[in-house]
Design a protein around this ligand. Structure first.
Ligand SMILES: *[C@@H]1O[C@H](CO)[C@@H](O)[C@H](O)[C@H]1NC(C)=O
Ligand SMILES: *[C@@H]1O[C@H](CO)[C@@H](O)[C@H](O)[C@H]1NC(C)=O
Ligand SMILES: *[C@@H]1O[C@H](CO)[C@@H](O)[C@H](O)[C@H]1NC(C)=O
Length: 434
């Protein structure tokens, strides 16, 4: 019995050797070394399409304030320049990275757990060519710089000892402008407009708690000279150069805006006995508003005859001069996300599952209804204020009342997170670092 095992083992060893030499010399790795073209681009008609060269992966860690989520994307090449998204796997762990601010080394277990998901998902011969990136959002932005840096360094060390491709800028905090651009890439990728030169590119509106973003591709040449400094960003993706108008207005997210509309100051607690008084709540209604770890006492202003008119005026005073008005947005197709979606859902303007189209005017009518009926809005005392704010903000940005926005959470059944766009961006960027 023992003697017959030897030839069998030799045969297995030979098979393994043949397999690895096939992988090493597969057309895909050959193409990359020879041309140094971005992995997701295939020259049209190059005839190099083989099963082995079709598929590639990207890994994006989204380090948010409440948790860390890994996205493992599987792509295949197409002849159009932009790849095809075949599959997405994601998994989230709690708490977020910022919970380890005082003991950064303790974040390792969770990060490794998520890396295991990526290793299980991706064939091992593709590990070394698969970019691994972590982008941190709100939670880390709020930590003192040194603590955030220590956490990022810990993650970077774990990443560097992983078998994946880790570039210079692979672990970092993302600012609002980056987030807006990445979300714009996701939206236009999912809508198919990055792979089709004749398709019109869509704009993207996002309303978070602390900041709000607007990002679009200007077709009108007048938009460029009238844009404030820093609002135009240029980058390359899938062999095309994009000049985008993109800005993140810090402090104009819905929660920061509420505080300012009520006369509060970010990061500054009220004096004992002090309260914020606003015409945007039901007259004499008393409640609390918690924002960025501070609780504010708030009260509806007494003797207001029209809550809607008073609140809308107050919102206008707060927004005055803060937002750049762009004419061109009136004629572009725009998607809107986050609180735009949630507040439209709260007022039954859209289907909670599939979203829908909403006109600026619809928000205005909903604002008027909610503010007029404010005594009845016990469960959602800020709805009147939020809708007045959304209506005013959109008009200040340049969207006329008749303008329609598309509100969705998914496009072609894929969640419209910035993570996918960021993956493309870093795949493209890291070609220079390989
Ligand atoms: C990239 O674009 C240039 C110019 O538009 C074109 O000549 C080239 O073939 C394109 N490359 C790929 C890989 O699509
Ligand atoms: C955001 O970060 C990027 C680098 O990731 C930088 O180029 C850009 O200037 C930053 N934008 C702002 C508004 O700070
Ligand atoms: C590209 O976009 C144009 C304009 O929207 C559309 O008519 C055409 O069908 C699209 N082509 C493909 C291949 O999707």
């Amino acid at each position: 019995m023992k003697i017959s095992k030897l030839p069998c083992l030799l045969l297995i060893a030979l098979c393994v050797m043949l397999f690895f030499s096939y992988i090493t010399w597969s057309p895909r790795s050959h193409v990359e070394e020879e041309d140094n073209v971005p992995k997701f681009e295939l020259e049209e008609g190059s005839g190099r399409k083989t099963a082995a060269s079709e598929v590639f992966y990207g890994i994006m860690f989204d380090a948010g304030s409440t948790g860390t989520r890994v996205h493992v994307y599987k792509f295949s090449r197409t002849s159009s320049g932009a790849p095809n998204l075949d599959h997405e796997t994601f998994k989230a762990i709690k708490p977020g990275l910022s919970a380890y601010a005082d003991e950064p080394e303790k974040c390792a277990a969770g990060i490794k757990e998520l890396l295991d998901i990526a290793m299980a998902e991706i064939p091992d011969n593709l590990w070394s060519s698969t970019p691994l990136v972590l982008k941190a959002t709100a939670g880390l932005r709020l930590l003192p710089g040194e603590k955030a840096q220590k956490l990022l360094d810990t993650v970077r060390d774990i990443f560097k000892s992983s078998p994946f491709l880790v570039g210079k800028d692979s672990v970092s905090i993302m600012n609002g402008t980056d987030e807006g651009i990445f979300a714009w890439i996701t939206v236009n990728f999912l809508a198919g407009s990055l792979s089709n030169q004749s398709a019109k590119l869509a704009g993207m509106l996002d309303l978070g708690g602390g900041s709000t973003q607007i990002t679009f591709y200007p077709y009108d040449k007048d938009t460029f000279p009238s844009a404030p400094p820093g609002f135009i960003t240029t980058f390359q993706l899938f062999n095309r150069t994009y000049h985008l108008y993109s800005h993140s207005y810090l402090g104009l997210g819905l929660m920061s805006a509420r505080l300012e509309i009520m006369g509060g100051k970010e990061g500054i607690p009220l004096q004992p006995g002090e309260e914020l008084v606003t015409p945007c709540l039901a007259p004499a209604y008393v409640t609390e508003f918690e924002h960025a770890g501070i609780t504010y006492k708030v009260k509806g202003e007494k003797g207001v005859t029209s809550v809607y008119e008073s609140c809308y005026r107050k919102v206008g005073e707060m927004l005055k001069g803060k937002v750049n008005h762009v004419k061109e947005v009136a004629v572009l197709y725009f998607y809107a996300f986050s609180y735009y979606f949630d507040r439209a859902e709260d007022t039954h303007l859209i289907d909670p599952e599939i979203g829908g189209f909403v006109k600026v005017k619809d928000f205005k009518v909903a604002a008027n209804n909610e503010c007029t009926d404010i005594e009845k809005s016990g469960g959602h005392p800020f709805l009147c204020m939020d809708l007045c704010y959304i209506t005013h903000l959109l008009q200040d940005l340049g969207f006329p009342e008749e303008k329609q926005l598309k509100l969705v959470k998914k496009i072609n059944d894929v969640e419209t997170s910035w993570a996918l766009g960021a993956t493309f961006y870093y795949m493209s960027l890291m070609q220079g670092n390989v």
